[in-house]
Design a protein around this ligand. Structure first.
Ligand SMILES: [Zn+2]
Length: 338
C-alpha cells in the first residue's frame, strides 16, 4: 500500500536540474508522476535554454516555469526588463512564472526599503503576465514558526538549526501576517491572472485564512508542497472537508529537488545530512498515505519539519484524481490521458 500514487500525478512544485533528466524521470515513473513543473528554469541566458531543451527531450513531461531577476529590483529600467523576460518566456512556450519568497522578505525597492509584495511599482509586470496568459506560482513568507525566535523551544528548531538563514525572527523582517496581507492584496488586484499560492497558499497553519482568499478570488489556486507535515497535523475531519470543498482549486506539489549524480535529494526540505534510503521511501509513502487513507497518527513525510504525527484524510477517488492531476492539467494545458 501507498508505494505509489493511485492515480496519475502532476507535481506542480519541483526544482529539477536539467542535467539530471534520467534520474528525475525514474523517480517520476516510480511514483506515477506524469508531469513535473520545474520552478527553477530561470530566464534567457540563465538556465532557460537548458530547461526548454529538457522539456523537449522528455516529450513535455518536465515543464519549465521561468523567473525574473529580483537582484536589481527598483533600479531604473528593471520593470521594463522584467516585462521583457516574461515576454521572451511566453514566446518560447513557457506556461508560468515562479516568484520566490525573496519578494516580500529581502528584495529592495531601489529606494533603500523592502519591496512589498503589493508594491504598485510591480503592477505592470503582473499585468504583462496576465496579458501573456502565464500562470503565476508565488511563494510569500514562510512557515509561521520561522518568524518566532530561533531557540530550542521553537517547534521548527531542527530545521532552523540546520539553516540559520531561514530564521526571520529579526525585527528587520516584516511579520508573517504582514507579508500574507500584501500577498492577498496582490492576488485580488489581478482577477484575470491565475495564481498558485505555493505551500498551501503560504498559510498551512491557518486553513481558514486560505479559505477566505479562495472564496474571494476565483483566479486563485493552491499547491500542497512541503506542507503535509503542517496541515496534516490539523483535525483530519476539518482538512477532509477543506479538500472536498476546494477539490477543483488544489494542486498536488512536493518541493522535490533533484540534481545530478548522487547529489542529495531535497524532499520538501533539507537536513544536516543527506536523506537515507529509508527517508526517501517514507517521504513518498507518507505523502500518498495522507491523501488516500484514514490512518491516524503516523509519521509525516519530512522528519526535519517537526516531531509530531499526521492523520490521513482518505479522499474519494474522484477527488484524488482532481487534486493529483486533472486540476493542474486543465490549468496548464497538459494531457494526462496520452
Ligand atoms: Zn520550492
Amino acid at each position: 500500500m501507498f508505494s505509489r500514487a493511485s492515480f496519475p500525478v502532476i507535481d506542480v512544485h519541483t526544482h529539477f536540474d536539467p542535467g539530471a533528466t534520467a534520474r528525475q524521470l525514474a523517480i517520476m515513473d516510480a511514483q506515477n508522476v506524469r508531469y513535473a513543473v520545474n520552478l527553477s528554469a530561470g530566464w534567457a541566458g540563465q538556465g532557460l535554454e537548458e530547461a526548454l531543451a529538457q522539456e523537449r527531450a522528455t516529450g513535455g513531461r518536465i515543464v519549465p516555469f521561468c523567473m525574473i531577476d529580483w537582484q536589481g529590483a527598483g533600479a531604473p529600467g528593471w520593470v521594463e526588463a522584467s516585462v521583457g523576460i516574461l515576454r521572451a518566456c511566453a514566446a518560447a512556450g513557457v506556461r508560468g512564472w515562479k516568484i520566490p519568497k525573496v519578494l516580500g522578505l529581502a528584495a529592495g525597492d531601489g529606494r533603500g526599503n523592502r519591496l512589498h509584495v503589493d508594491d504598485p511599482m510591480l503592477d505592470p509586470i503582473f499585468e504583462a503576465a496576465s496579458a501573456l496568459r502565464l500562470v503565476v506560482l508565488i511563494h510569500s513568507g514562510d512557515p509561521r514558526a520561522f518568524f518566532e525566535p530561533a531557540t530550542p523551544s521553537n517547534e521548527r528548531w531542527a530545521e532552523l538549526r540546520a539553516h540559520p538563514r531561514w530564521s526571520f525572527a529579526d525585527p528587520r523582517y516584516p511579520r508573517w501576517s504582514e507579508i500574507l496581507d500584501e500577498f492577498e492584496r496582490r492576488v485580488l488586484r489581478h482577477p484575470s491572472l491565475r495564481f498558485i499560492g505555493a505551500h498551501f497558499g503560504n498559510a498551512a497553519e491557518d486553513p481558514d485564512r486560505v479559505e477566505r482568499l479562495l472564496q474571494r478570488a476565483p483566479n486563485y489556486y493552491i499547491d500542497t508542497s512541503a506542507r503535509i507535515p503542517e496541515f496534516g497535523r490539523l483535525d483530519p475531519a476539518r482538512m477532509r472537508a477543506f479538500f472536498l470543498r476546494w477539490q477543483d482549486r488544489i494542486l498536488f506539489g512536493t518541493d522535490l529537488g533533484v540534481g545530478p549524480g548522487e547529489s542529495p535529494l531535497m524532499l520538501g526540505s533539507t537536513g544536516e545530512s543527506p536523506p537515507t534510503a529509508a527517508e526517501v521511501t517514507r517521504f513518498w509513502h507518507a505523502t500518498w498515505r495522507y491523501f488516500e487513507s484514514n490512518d491516524r497518527n503516523f509519521e509525516h513525510p519530512t522528519p526535519i519539519q517537526g516531531s509530531w504525527t499526521i492523520s490521513g484524510i482518505g479522499l474519494p477517488p474522484e477527488v484524488l484524481r482532481k487534486v493529483y492531476g486533472t486540476n493542474a492539467a486543465r490549468l496548464l494545458g497538459l494531457n494526462l490521458d496520452r
